[in-house]
Design a protein around this ligand. Structure first.
Ligand code: UD1
Ligand code: MG
Length: 374
């Protein structure tokens, strides 16, 4: 009875050790790769430091997400090999490989976007193709549990307790992948925000996986190798470590930018684990700030209000603070309108605190409110 659970803990510890190594490697490699991207003219200007003599005219290396994501892939692939030697029964190859294909394709598309500056409509379509391998490999059910509510209508009376969405479920998963990649990409523009939000979301997912694993280990003595939450952990722990290494360089004042390579990579990793491990609704709870930012952005994204290339707030070099631009509909500007002008670093900390707060609300809904309805 104890052996399988002991091996389960071993797998998690080994994954942690591999991931820590991957984080260190990322940390070591970023300065070298940054020199190479600079030589390749892959650089960007820091928009929010214009006019500041300390920073003015400096070109910041772009697309360092390529370093994080490639080290991540190497870590996950080597760990897969290692698992194959030590616990052959734990590997679910088809889903694992589909996950890697989707993530890998998304990194390629993100890097292509950074080099070629694709237009918006292509940015929306590309994640759809990247998620197809995943949807084909997805072997889980397409049924949803109907919420047990009687107001305004008794849903279970009409639909039954479980309702099969069929092909609509796969379309929902496709839309989820498109949403995850793009919503992180548009909650951006100040130092540390893209990577910081990914750290908070990944940490929330890892906590959720650990809770679910603990609950299921306590409720059954069967081996937990097939447990989807273990699969999610094995993909999320290296993501977290490599991302923290990137955050170190991307935090205010940024020494590197992450590029769309990183935002697409991060969004796809989240979509992949949520799809294959069946927690897409919980994932959406961790994406509350991104959902709010997307809804608030709709008038600009759909062209009802002019949408400039960058929707960042305005930096005032005299006060060193950022000011809201009310026509740029992002929650960055909304925060500045509510809390008043503040420095770039402080705005990022406020937004990340909000992200963490939303994760707490998400956990509350998932574990205390949802059980009443499902
Ligand atoms: C998205 C946003 C855009 C935002 C941009 C910032 C929408 C529709 N698009 O566009 O409003 O300005 O992300 O990433 O919401 N940059 C900084 N400081 C940072 C991060 C980025 O100045 O902390 C600037 C740099 O010039 C960098 C550039 O943004 O080179 C990268 O922009 P990119 O990620 O290509 O923009 P999009 O993802 O297309
Ligand atoms: Mg971007």
């Amino acid at each position: 009875i104890y052996l399988p659970n002991l091996s389960l803990q071993w797998i998690i510890i080994q994954s942690g050790v591999f991931s820590f190594g991957a984080g260190l490697l990322t940390f070591k490699l970023i300065p070298t790769i940054a020199e190479l991207t600079t030589q390749a003219n892959l650089t960007g200007m820091d928009l929010n430091k214009k006019g500041d003599p300390k920073f003015s005219g400096k070109k910041i290396p772009e697309s360092l997400g390529i370093c994080t994501s490639v080290v991540y892939l190497v870590c996950v692939i080597v760990f897969q090999l290692f698992q194959w030697f030590s616990f052959p029964e734990t590997i679910q190859l088809s889903e694992y490989n589909a996950a890697l294909t989707s993530i890998c394709f998304m990194i390629l598309l993100g890097f292509g976007d950074d080099v070629l500056n694709l237009r918006w409509r292509y940015k929306l379509i590309l994640p759809m193709f990247a998620s197809l391998p995943l949807l084909v490999a997805y072997a889980g059910g397409t049924s949803v549990v109907v919420p047990d509510i009687s107001f305004p209508v008794n849903l279970r009376f009409y639909l039954g307790t479980v309702f099969d969405l069929g092909i609509l479920y796969r379309i929902y998963l496709l839309l989820l992948a498109i949403f995850c990649t793009n919503s992180i990409n548009i909650l951006a523009g100040i130092n540390g925000l893209e990577v910081g939000q990914s750290v908070v979301i990944a940490t929330s997912i890892i906590i959720h996986n650990l809770i679910e694993l603990t609950l299921s280990v306590n409720s059954t003595s069967a081996p937990q190798f097939g447990n989807p939450h273990l699969f999610s952990l094995i993909l999320m722990v290296p993501f977290l470590f490599t991302t923290i290494a990137l955050l170190f360089y991307n935090w205010y004042p940024s020494r590197v930018f992450v590029g769309d390579t990183y935002t697409y990579f991060a969004g796809m990793c989240f979509a992949v684990v949520a799809i294959l491990c069946h927690f897409s609704k919980t994932l959406l709870l961790f994406f509350i700030p991104q959902i709010l930012n997307f809804l608030y952005s709709i008038p600009q994204l759909f062209g009802l209000i002019p949408c400039p290339r960058h929707r960042v707030p305005k930096y005032n070099p005299e006060t060193g603070k950022m000011h809201a631009i009310p026509t740029n509909l992002t929650i960055l500007n909304l925060f500045l309108m509510i809390f008043g002008p503040m420095t770039e670093r402080r705005l990022c900390i406020y937004l990340l605190a909000f992200q963490g707060f939303c994760s707490c609300i998400g956990f509350g809904i998932r574990y205390f409110i949802a059980p009443y309805f499902f």
